[in-house]
Write a protein that binds this ligand. Structure first.
Ligand SMILES: [Zn+2]
Length: 91
C-alpha cells in the first residue's frame, strides 16, 4: 500500500498516511478539521517506488537505445576496418 503525504492549507499540518490507490483523497484535516487538505505529489514511498520503476523503464529504454547506437557505430567501424584490411590485402 502506498503512503501519501498530505498538507493542510489552513494550519499547515503535514502528515503521511497509508492508503490504497483506489481510496479517495482525504479532505478533512485531522488537526483543524477544515476541508483544506492537499495531497502532496511526488512524495511517499509508494509513489516514489512507482515513479522510480517508471523512470527506470525510461532509463532502460534510453540506455538500450544508446547501447544500440554504440553497437551500430562499433559495427560500422569494424566493417570499415575490415574493408580497409581487405583493401590492403587486395593491394
Ligand atoms: Zn489543518
Amino acid at each position: 500500500m502506498p503512503t501519501y503525504d498530505y498538507r493542510c492549507n489552513n494550519c499547515g499540518h503535514e502528515f503521511e498516511i497509508l492508503q490504497k490507490m483506489s481510496d479517495d483523497h482525504l479532505k478533512s484535516c485531522p488537526k483543524c478539521s477544515q476541508e483544506t487538505l492537499k495531497r502532496l505529489l511526488g512524495t511517499g514511498a509508494g509513489i516514489l517506488f512507482k515513479g522510480s520503476g517508471f523512470i527506470k523503464q525510461i532509463i532502460a529504454v534510453t540506455v538500450t537505445l544508446k547501447i544500440n547506437r554504440k553497437i551500430q557505430k562499433k559495427l560500422k567501424r569494424n566493417l570499415l576496418t575490415r574493408n580497409q584490411q581487405q583493401q590492403n590485402l587486395n593491394n
